[in-house]
Each structure stands twice: as C-alpha cells, then as structure tokens.
Design a protein around this ligand. Structure first.
Ligand code: GLN
Length: 493
C-alpha cells in the first residue's frame, strides 16, 4: 500500500530520511507530495514567493539514483526543504521580500544552500519574509501576506514568517531562516514549531542578503528538536568566505540529545517576568518551568538588568548597519532600475520605488545615528549597551546552564493589528533581541497552546556561546513531556 500524500508530508524530517534510507520511500514521492501540498494550501498560507518545482524534481531524481546505487549523503538526502528568500540561489529569483531585488537571479548559491544540496536535500522553493528581514509579522513583505496556519487571520510572526508557516503547514519537512533580532524564534513560537538561532559565527552568512551584519545569523526551523539538530549539523561549520565564521569544530548535536534535564540549571531572569507578558503566555511558560523541575532540573533566579535597554540599542545598531548594507541597491547592479533622466535621478527613483516604508525608515534612522555629531551619542552608546547586555549573560551563566523565558509577550497577533505603529511592532522583540546583541544561541520550543486563543506558545532557551548542544538537549527534554502540538487546521479567517 502506498502512503497518501498528506501522510508523507506529515512525516518528520528524520522519518522521511529514514524511509528513504530503508528504500520504503522515494524522493520523487516525497517531492511530489510536498509540491501537491503547497499547491493545495499555499493560496491560503502564502508561505512561498517562488516554487522551484522543476529543479526540485530534478534534484529528487538524482537523490533516487543515488539511493539506487546504495549511496546516501546524509539524513537529509532526498528530503524536501525550503529556504527563506534571503538566501542567494543560483539562477533562481532572490528578492529578500523587496521590490528592489525583483528580477535578480544571483550568479551563485549561498553557503547554506550549497551545504543543503551537498547533503542531498531537495530545495522546493523560496519562502516569504519581511522586506530585508525587517519586521516581526511578515507584513512588510513587498509581495504578499503570509498567514499563521493555526489561525489564518493571524500573523505567522516575522521576519522568517514563510519559513515557519511552511513547516507548520506540513508543506516541507524543514526550512532555513535568519535571525537578527528574533526572526527565527518569534515565528517558530507563533507557528508552534522549533526554531534555533545559532551562536553568531556558527553558520556561514556567505550569500545571505545582509541586513545587520553584526547580528544576522542563519538557522533551522522544523517540527521537532531532533530535526532542527539534524539541519544544524549539516549547515554549521567554518567557511573562509565569511570573515566572521568560526573555526571551532562542529559538535555532534545528536549524540547527547536524549540526555534529559537531570541536574540542568535553568536560569529564570527576573526582568522577563515583571509584567507586560500576557497572562496566558506566562502560565504556559511557568508550566514549562515546572516540567523542568519535575525532570530534575534546578530553577535558579537570575538577573539580566540591561534587558530594558535592548530594544533601544538594537533599533540603533540594526538600522545603522542596514543603512550601510542597503546602500548597494542603487539600480545599477541588482534587480529594479527606474527610468530617469540622469544618474542621480535614477538612483533616487529606483530607491523611492523599490524600497518599502520599513527599510526607508531604517535607512533614515541609521544614517542619522551614524552621522557626524550623533555617532557618539547614538551608535557608540548603543554599542556600549551591547557590552553590558553581554556581561549580564556572562554573569548569569556562572549560575545556570540555560536561560529560560517567553519568546514573546503575546501569542501571534492579528494581521493588521500593529502595522500602523512601528513601535508596537518592535516590542514583539523585547525578549529575543538581547540574545542577538550578546551573539549567543537561542531557540524556541513549543510548550503548549494558549488557553484563551488556542494559539501555540513557545518557550525560549538561551545558551552559552557555541553551546547549541545543551540548548537542544534541554529543548528535547521538554518536548518529550509536552508532546507534539495538534497539527494546524488551516482554518479560514
Ligand atoms: N523584528 C526585528 C526587526 O525588525 C528582528 C528582525 C530579524 O530578526 N530579522 O529588526
């Protein structure tokens, strides 16, 4: 008997890989099932900006030929996945969610795309996102809305909204996103899946459209901790083409995964529980902390006193770096070029037409913060705050092994609820941003459904530098107790 297409798409990445290894499944079947599922559901979800069906079929055929020869490159060999449209893909449109890159086909692949393909993974397309990864709801996408599979009237979170929505909607078995201030953890939390932002430098940024270079990091999203560990194992590692890439050897993220939480010291930051968090979210988080205690972990109260300056510091540093990174989009080298009578007019008209309101806002903020006379007062000061944030975590990790708390103050909010007020939108990042400022690894793991709304709640865990293994082990311990969330209904709004 052959499995139905929805049975195939519901398999975890590990299960799909195991089916391929046992030759019980073919990559062609899995690829066709993923494409069919995308065809059936994506008009409602809006996760994909580009579906690369032909390439996917060719890659699946190659995977099946390898399998016929008894060759297997990795657990991902033959498994359908997708990537945020921030990753350069050779010959395939790469927009970063912006009109200014419309029509750009990169002449090369991002390092992580290469690594996925070298692992045999079948990339089925490019995922929706906030323009240049600026946003917390995916509503800044210049192309289309992306919706939360658990409630189509709500946001999937951002900026990697398409990545999270696609995985939650069982369109693909795993996806890659980027996280500059929370963009993997927030959508993972809103969509009830697992998302990991690795330590800065753990995964190559080569070929990733740059937003804020000292904060950007690539990471995996999937429906289980194990699947996230599998993906991280394939994308992590040194790359000489990224100057900030670490030469540290990559750990075995699977070896200790089932090690449990006995003896683990879980730090609970006082400042993350001082009001401002929705009561139902807080209840889920506290229930997750109680699970850790039950499993033999020790809860330790810690303090991260500079949390309250995180948003202010981030919204100077990130726009400052963005204003510099986005200067390259001038109509000459990439994508859109507006017709105008002179060169300067062409630059201005291209940027006027090609960039949306949020990137423009950030370019103005960033240019201002970096300008003569203001640099010391804003950018330099924000960098000093960054050091203080890092020291908070250093002190905390003397007392604990992981820091635990909410990913966000609320569950996924309704589409349109915050689009008129950028500051309200920025506040969604209050708990995720400090992890990026401190360059530490952080993840979101589902800890249950919110009682009032039925929406998923994610627990955030932040770890020591390059200690992704402990984070994953801790997340797995919780996942084993909480169990899988019910699959989303893709209900009409
Ligand atoms: N929401 C944050 C911002 O708008 C973070 C985005 C991200 O992590 N890419 O900048």
């Amino acid at each position: 008997m052959t499995a139905s297409s929805t049975e195939l798409t519901a398999l975890s990445l590990r299960e799909a890989g195991a089916g391929l290894a046992a030759r019980a499944l073919s990559s062609r079947e899995l690829g066709d099932a993923a494409l069919a599922r995308i065809g059936e559901t994506d008009a409602r979800v809006g996760a994909f900006l580009e579906v690369t069906a032909e390439r996917a079929r060719a890659a699946a055929a190659e995977a099946d030929q390898r399998a016929a020869r008894g060759e297997r490159r990795s657990e991902l060999d033959g498994v359908p996945v997708a990537v945020k449209d921030l990753f350069s893909t050779k010959g395939v449109p790469t927009t970063a969610g912006s009109r200014i890159l419309e029509g750009w086909r990169p002449p090369f692949d991002a390092a992580v795309v290469e690594r996925l393909e070298q692992s045999g993974a079948v990339i089925v397309g490019k995922l929706n996102m906030d323009e240049f990864a600026m946003g917390s709801s995916n509503e800044n996408s210049a192309y289309k809305a992306c919706r939360n599979p658990y409630d189509l009237s709500r946001t999937p979170g951002g900026s990697s909204g398409g990545s999270a929505a696609s995985v939650a909607a069982r369109q693909v078995h795993g996806a890659l996103g980027t996280d500059t201030g929370g963009s993997i953890r927030l959508p993972a939390s809103f969509c009830g899946i697992v998302g990991l932002k690795p330590t800065y430098g753990r995964v190559s940024r080569y070929g990733v459209v740059a937003f804020a270079s000292s904060l950007d990091q690539v990471g995996p999203l999937a429906r289980s901790v194990e699947d996230v560990a599998l993906l991280l194992s394939r994308i992590a590692g040194h790359d000489p083409r990224d100057m900030t890439s670490s030469t540290r050897p990559v750990e075995d993220y699977l070896a200790g995964l089932e090690g449990g939480a006995q003896g683990l010291r879980v730090g609970v930051p006082r400042e993350w529980f001082q009001g401002g968090v929705d009561a139902g979210v807080e209840r889920s988080i506290r229930a997750a902390l109680a699970v850790y205690e039950k499993l033999g972990a020790k809860l330790v109260e810690i303090s991260l006193p500079h949390t309250k300056y995180g948003i202010a510091a981030y919204y100077l540093i990130a726009p400052a770096e963005a204003s510099s990174n986005l200067a390259r989009y001038d109509g000459v080298r990439f994508g859109l070029r507006a017709e105008a009578k002179g060169l300067k007019e062409m630059y201005a008209e291209t940027r006027e037409r090609g960039l949306g309101a949020e990137p423009k806002r950030r370019i103005m903020l960033g240019t201002y913060a970096l300008s003569a006379g203001y640099y010391d007062a804003y950018y330099l000061r924000a960098q000093k705050v960054r050091t203080l944030v890092r020291r908070d975590f250093d002190a905390a990790f003397e007392k604990c092994d992981v820091v635990a708390g909410p990913v966000a103050p609320t569950v996924a909010f309704h589409l349109g609820a915050r689009t008129q007020d950028p500051l309200q939108m920025y506040l969604a990042d209050v708990f995720t941003i400090t992890c990026n400022l401190a360059a530490l690894p952080g993840l979101s793991v589902p800890c249950g459904l919110h009682a009032e709304t039925g929406m998923p709640v994610g627990l955030q865990l932040v770890g020591r530098s390059f200690d992704e293994a402990t984070l994953l082990r801790a997340a797995r311990a919780l996942e084993r107790e909480v169990g899988a969330l019910p699959p989303p209904a893709l209900g009409t709004p």
